[in-house]
Design a binder for this molecule. Structure first.
Ligand code: SAH
Length: 316
């Protein structure tokens, strides 16, 4: 891995799923055609190729709008300042690999996204690429409001995405999965830090390292969620995020809670799944799942260049 040649454009995109729409370099001309305002954000890299400045949050947001317009037919998409701007290729990979797990003849596939965020990114990808129907939960009312707008304003999404506010932050499926509902899949990109302070420190540390590496290899700087970080003033633009990046007990507690609750909904869900950002959390989660009587567990690794991520999936 270390010897792999990494360029700003392929840094996050090597090793993508075969069905990914994001192989190779970004087709800047096609993206500008899909979203003309992107042309104001185009710069040239040292090799004279068109790219965007990945350390400029505005440029990254505009690139995301263009990617969503070009590949996912999303004409309306925006997120409030301070909210996670998701790197789309990595998010799409989780969706494609979940699609590989499905073994059903059902025509309508119902999916539950836990913690959809303001971007509503997983439902957008799953509804567009696979025609899946989504319930999208979040504890953050602003995220639910923005996700609802995104679904409403894009005709191909409006009947496929139903955001639902989780009113109790200690609940995952409770209060969201209603009687009589069945979900073929659940997915989640959980908050992973233990406190706001840890989130800020983690992001600063990561940003410092990435900023150093960035100079070395000319790659974009992203935090563990893949959020782009400005090399200067790292960690300072945390204002609105709070629940996005942390929860009491961090990722391990969040996922253990999810596992415990999954037992209550085993009749109503096919595959449960969640990203696990810390590799060392896999073993304790597996141990708990086995105690809960789960015997079908998969850990699926995903690689986006130098970044390895993984999700765990289980069914009863
Ligand atoms: N899915 C988006 C956002 C992930 S960040 C993306 O991948 O970019 C994690 C999200 O989980 C945040 O939006 C946060 O508000 C939400 N969250 C935290 N606790 C939750 C809970 N108990 N139920 C549902 N969502 C929760």
């Amino acid at each position: 891995m270390k010897n792999k040649k990494i360029t700003p454009e392929n840094a996050t995109r090597a090793g993508l799923h075969p069905r990914s729409k994001h192989h190779g370099r970004y087709n800047i001309d096609a993206l500008v055609q899909a979203l003309p305002e992107l042309k104001h954000k185009i710069t040239l890299n040292p090799r004279g190729e068109q790219t965007v400045d990945f350390s400029d949050p505005e440029a990254v947001l505009t690139l995301n709008k263009a990617l969503l317009a070009h590949h996912y037919n999303v004409q309306f998409w925006d997120i409030p300042k301070g909210y996670l701007c998701p790197p789309i290729p990595g998010r799409a990979d989780y969706v494609h690999r979940l699609a590989d797990l499905l073994d059903t003849e059902d025509n309508t596939i119902n999916v539950l996204d836990i913690g959809t965020g303001a971007s509503c990114i997983y439902p957008i990808i799953g509804a567009t690429d696979y025609q899946w129907h989504f319930t999208a939960s979040d504890v953050d009312p602003v995220s639910i409001k923005v996700a609802t707008q995104i679904a409403k304003l894009n005709p191909h999404l409006s009947k496929k995405i139903v955001p639902r506010l989780q009113k109790n932050p200690t609940n995952i499926f409770k209060g969201i999965i209603k009687e009589g509902e069945y979900y073929h899949l659940t997915l989640c990109n959980p908050p992973f830090h233990k406190s706001l302070k840890e989130a800020e420190q983690g992001t600063k540390r990561k940003a410092d390292n990435l900023a150093k590496n960035r100079v070395k290899r000319g790659s974009e700087a992203t935090d563990k969620k893949g959020q782009t970080i400005k090399p200067s003033s790292q960690g300072l633009n945390f204002g609105g995020q709070k629940a996005e990046l942390w929860c009491p007990g961090g990722e391990e507690a969040f996922i253990k809670n999810m596992a415990q609750e999954s037992a209550l909904f085993k009749q109503q869900v096919g595959w449960f799944s969640t990203l696990v950002s810390k590799k060392e959390n896999i073993t304790p989660i597996k141990t708990l799942l086995s105690k809960l009587g789960v015997n079908d567990v998969k850990v699926i690794e995903m690689s986006q260049g130098q970044k390895i991520s993984r999700f765990i999936a289980w069914r009863y």
